[in-house]
Design a protein around this ligand. Structure first.
Ligand code: PHE
Length: 397
């Protein structure tokens, strides 16, 4: 054991590189398995299904980096009750059919004790009934659509939900930007986007604002000029676009080309270094709601940012932080669970109280959502998301 611990802690960067390079290749990296090979205690095997390639690839990749860092730190500190943790990462390419296939295989062939994933709500909604059916606990780090955890008692998340996120953007638009007229352009193929359309329009109207237009697009579209033209006719003060970064980047450029100069507003699906790579400066002066900002100066956040920078050479965003929190919350529950059987493990996750994470302190509610997590609003300045303010969830739902 001692020898294993030293070996793991001496090579964090190498180990992380091995874990990440092998993701999705079917074979597992040697580093993670060191304890088993050295005759040490058997690793606890967890499955993680993420979009490591495809149109939401940065969601999967950064989440994976956060999870891998948590695993490496945990194993260096002795693992979970003396056993190392091994995470099998599987790429669903951002496709629901692949999600079904890899999740089923992780459960029936790899016999994972728990699942970490997905980011996009539509993917989590595909996986959740499978996990529930087999009685394997699943924690989504970052899927915000309310229906995900409603699937059953095996399904949890570590993030806030969209009714609160839609409120935060409406509040910010109405109070801080003094917007009174808003248009919405949403992705009709994503449960996430449809839910946010409803949350934002409901709250904005309740606050006294007017919705001038609600227009739809589909993931993968490339021409948004018809919808943007109709939106322009209503002269909104802001346009809310609760989509994912690939489409939003293109929409921003087309909106500016059509002479739409007002701030564009978004939500966590904007979170990607690719967003402004695609949009250039078309999103400067625009805002989005998010789970975390690396400017957060809590001790947990500072330690996480330092460790992440050392491991990967970049500053972590919300997805890395949520992946890290989801993995650590799972390990914490494992140490409290009566056994690693699905029922016992789910019960321990459900009993999580005051877990101090990077994205906030997590107490699981009876609906298997963390209670009362707050949101941050970021402004894009010179292509960089910058912290503006923090917004608490509404008292009244
Ligand atoms: N909340 C989004 C969804 O449910 C996923 C997401 C979370 C994307 C955090 C980026 C950052 O689909």
């Amino acid at each position: 054991m001692e020898e294993t611990r030293n070996r793991l802690s001496l090579t964090p960067v190498l180990l992380l590189t091995a874990i990440l390079a092998c993701a999705g290749c079917g074979k597992e990296p040697a580093g993670q398995n060191a304890a088993a090979k050295a005759g040490g205690p058997k690793p606890i095997v967890v499955g993680s299904f993420l979009s490591l390639t495809g149109p939401t690839a940065t969601f999967g990749r950064t989440t994976q980096q956060g999870i891998a860092l948590a695993v490496q730190e945990r194993n260096a500190a002795g693992g979970v009750s003396g056993r190392p943790v091994q995470v099998l990462f599987r790429d669903n390419q951002g496709k629901t059919q692949e999600t079904g296939t890899v999740v089923e295989r992780l459960i029936t062939a790899d016999h994972v004790v728990a699942l970490l994933g997905e980011v996009a709500s539509t993917q989590s909604l595909t996986a959740a009934p499978i996990a529930q059916q087999y009685g394997v606990p699943m924690i989504s780090p970052s899927s915000t659509n309310p229906a995900v955890t409603q699937v059953g008692n095996m399904i949890f998340r570590t993030c806030f939900i969209d009714p609160d996120q839609g409120y935060a953007v409406a509040r910010f638009a109405y109070d801080n930007l003094k917007a009174r007229k808003a248009a919405v352009l949403y992705d009709q193929r994503q449960a996430y986007s449809v839910g946010l359309r409803d949350a934002f329009t409901g709250w904005f109207k309740k606050m006294g604002g007017t919705i001038t237009a609600v227009e739809a697009y589909s993931s993968g579209d490339s021409d948004y000029s018809a919808q943007l033209g109709r939106i322009r006719d209503g002269h909104p003060d802001v346009i809310y676009i609760p989509g994912y970064y690939t489409e939003v980047g293109t929409i921003a450029i087309q909106a500016r080309n059509l002479g739409l100069k007002m701030p564009l507003l978004g939500s966590d699906g904007w979170e990607s270094p690719k967003l402004t790579e695609i949009a250039g400066n078309a999103l400067d002066g625009c805002y989005y709601s998010n789970h975390y900002a690396p400017e957060d100066d809590s001790p947990q956040s500072k330690a996480f940012v330092a460790a992440y920078r050392q491991a990967y050479g970049t500053t972590p965003g919300a997805l890395a932080a949520l992946g890290y929190d989801a993995a650590n919350l799972l390990f914490d529950a494992m140490t409290r669970a009566q056994s690693l059987d699905g029922k016992d493990l789910a019960q321990a996750i459900a009993q999580t109280r005051g877990f101090v994470g990077v994205t906030g302190t997590i107490t699981m509610g009876p609906d298997r959502n963390p209670k009362n997590k707050s949101m941050v609003i970021l402004e894009i300045k010179n292509g960089q998301p910058t912290y503006v303010t923090r917004i608490q969830p509404p008292d009244e739902k």
